[in-house]
Ligand binder design. Structure first.
Ligand code: NCD
Ligand code: ZN
Length: 368
């Protein structure tokens, strides 16, 4: 589904002869986003704030966010990048390293700064070199998180070069996640941006302390999209998209009404020149049309009625927060996603960002 999308869908609820033309939802949240820093932050933060009431902001800056002070300063820079009057709250996360002090996490939690901690296996993805090399080194951290009920967000891929890249998520679950949950049964864990049937099944079968986020792109594309007509760097992200049977399992999980699956875009912008390169960066920039993208998937499944719970209710419920008070409205108004969005870098030089669905027609449009 990387190509143009039909403007009219066939969705209609029982007793309805024509599809709905407006859809109002409680204001959604994004439980996994990369807002970056500096000029890129200025360029991308307004798109997330326009779509969402809150977002869990990833800490994989360079250097990563490992202290309360760094998170507070980053939060200030995010607020400064928002348009006047934006009703958006960034929820900050701490980046776990082999040597992070659990007392710092506890302080950040008590101060209302840290909403979660992020575990990147070392070298699994962008800016993860300082990540965790061995989960056994973090026993005290996990004990602390368990005690204070601070969620642990996991990039669930092994980094073992001997494991095929398409198997790294399933192997992580077997080798690391399952034993971790056994050792720390009270730990609240989100398996982030799941991409496989194995992950969806594992999460569905686990207790209520384990949930998962699902991105729009993993609901739309399978791994063929990466090679459709040539190499497509703008559809490369980590974890990489898998076979069609996995995409179908993710669609089933997202639209099932199971509160363990909720919205997390993993919007991860990189300038076009860094993606369309000999060694292109992983990450898909989907923030500008995220809710429209999810709406298409739910509609195609005949489950538009479950979008609000996935986007706006299950996430806050897991994090122990109230859902947002306001609403957003989508209208059925086919529109073409621009092939490029433009921003300026720190030196004022124009940089291009390629949004997810670039050049495609989306059937729903979010009203301002
Ligand atoms: C993310 C990034 O660019 O920061 N990239 C990605 O492909 N999702 C890192 C991550 O979440 O893996
Ligand atoms: Zn991410």
């Amino acid at each position: 589904m990387a190509g143009p999308i039909p403007a009219q869908s066939s969705f209609a609820t029982a007793g309805e002869s024509s599809p709905a033309s407006r859809l109002s939802l409680r204001r959604p949240d994004d439980w996994h986003v990369h807002l970056r820093d500096g000029s890129l932050l200025q360029a991308v933060a307004p798109a997330t704030a326009r779509q969402f009431g809150r977002a869990i902001v990833m800490p994989n800056l360079n250097p990563p966010i490992t202290t309360v002070a760094a998170a507070v300063a980053y939060r200030e820079r995010i607020y400064a990048a928002l348009p006047d009057g934006a009703a958006f709250t960034p929820l900050m996360t701490a980046y776990l390293t082999d040597t992070i002090d659990p007392a710092e996490l506890e302080r950040g939690h008590a101060a209302g700064v840290f909403s979660a901690c992020k575990l990147y296996p070392a070298n699994a993805t962008t800016n993860s070199a300082a990540g965790v090399s061995d989960l056994a080194k973090l026993t005290r951290v996990f004990e602390t998180l368990e005690r204070i009920a601070l969620p642990l967000l996991i990039h669930g891929e092994v980094t073992d070069g001997a494991v095929d890249i398409f198997d790294r998520e399933a192997v992580f679950i077997e080798r690391h996640l399952e034993p971790l949950l056994r050792r720390h049964p009270g730990l609240k864990v989100v398996l982030e941006h799941i991409t496989t049937a194995e992950a969806a099944d594992f999460v569905a079968a686990a207790g209520p302390q384990l949930a998962a986020t699902i991105t729009p792109h993993h609901l739309h594309i399978n791994r063929n999209a990466l090679f459709q007509g040539g190499l497509r760097p703008d559809l490369y992200c980590l974890p990489v998209a898998k076979r069609e049977r996995h995409r179908l399992a993710l669609v089933a999980a997202a639209t099932s009404g199971n509160p363990k699956f909720f919205l997390g875009t993993d919007s991860a912008p990189h300038p076009r020149h860094a993606k369309e390169a000999a060694c292109g960066c992983a990450g898909i920039y989907n923030a500008p049309y995220a809710i429209e993208s999810y709406a298409m998937v739910f509609e195609a499944e005949g489950q538009l009625g479950r979008l609000e719970a996935f986007a706006s209710e299950f996430g806050p419920r897991f994090y122990g927060l109230e859902p947002n008070p306001g609403q957003i409205t989508l209208v059925r108004e086919p529109h073409t996603v621009p092939p490029r969005l433009h921003a300026n870098d720190a030196a004022g030089v124009a940089i291009a960002l390629v949004p997810f669905h670039a050049g495609a027609v989306l059937p729903w449009r979010l009203l301002d």
